[in-house]
Design a protein around this ligand. Structure first.
Ligand SMILES: Nc1ncnc2c1ncn2[C@@H]1O[C@H](COP(=O)(O)OP(=O)(O)OP(=O)(O)O)[C@@H](O)[C@H]1O
Length: 230
């Protein structure tokens, strides 16, 4: 597994009332295969997740992936760390399903024919081949989320960061996407309000008020978080 490290990272944001701190000074070393970030709305989970591939930059401190610094090696880090957004519409760009996966493969497969073949292979892997020529707008929420994940996985990242990947899905599709994430050979960091999904991880961090409040084996962190909610 890769080593994701936050070294005394602080994140701030400008607001009309002045600068606010959205992640207090945090140091972490993440080496486990499956890591969950749990905590209430607005606690800082997405901010922490976004730091991992440079979608958010720290005001101070350093974020690294193995020997790469996210601030200076952003391009390489983004190649290795795939990011899946809560709302798949924000990452599905092309008109049809297969074209969307082909877009993900533009850097690794030069010819259109190779790209199409590889994209069909990716779709088959995730049981989406029957939808290849369907408009991305005609997919169900679950199909769209799976397609977004397939697009991320097509680039063969070492790490997948998923920000509330099951929030918009019904029970069956949430389970399908959750099962897929938990079966990936990659390292997975997932922000989630789905505590059953969090419990399936190796480690969980409970984030509250811009800080890590509890960090440990997923079962222990989730139990502590559940107890706090009552
Ligand atoms: N660019 C920004 N400018 C101002 N405030 C921000 C910015 N980004 C995040 N915040 C604030 O920082 C806090 C943490 O946001 P973040 O999205 O990380 O929380 P979260 O734990 O992922 O929440 P949720 O569970 O609702 O998705 C929130 O109060 C949010 O409003």
């Amino acid at each position: 597994m890769s080593t994701l490290r936050l070294d005394r990272v602080v994140v701030t944001a400008p607001t009309v009332e002045g600068e606010i701190t959205i992640l207090r000074e945090t140091s972490l070393t993440l080496t486990e295969q499956r890591i969950a970030l749990v905590g209430p709305n607005g606690s800082g989970k997405s901010t922490l997740a976004r730091l991992l591939n440079g979608l958010v930059s720290p005001a101070s401190g350093r974020v690294t992936l193995d020997d790469l610094d996210v601030a200076t090696d952003g391009r390489e880090v983004r190649r290795r760390v795939g990011f899946m957004f809560t709302d798949p519409s924000s990452q599905l760009i092309m008109p049809t399903v297969v074209e969307d996966v082909m877009l993900s493969l533009r850097r690794t497969h030069r010819s259109a024919r190779e790209r199409r073949e590889a994209a069909m292979g990716v779709l088959a892997t995730y049981g989406l081949q029957g939808l290849a020529d369907r408009s991305v707008h005609a997919l169900s929420g679950g199909q769209r989320q799976l397609l977004a994940l397939a697009g991320v996985l097509a680039c063969e990242p070492e790490v997948v960061v998923a920000d509330e990947p099951t929030t918009l899905l019904d029970l069956a599709n949430a389970r399908r996407v959750g099962d897929l994430l938990m079966s990936l050979p990659q390292q997975v960091v997932v922000c989630t309000h789905d505590l059953d999904l969090a419990e399936r991880c190796d480690r969980a961090l409970w984030i509250e008020d811009g800080a890590v409040r509890h960090d440990g084996p997923a079962a222990a962190t989730v139990a502590a978080y559940r107890a706090s909610v009552g």
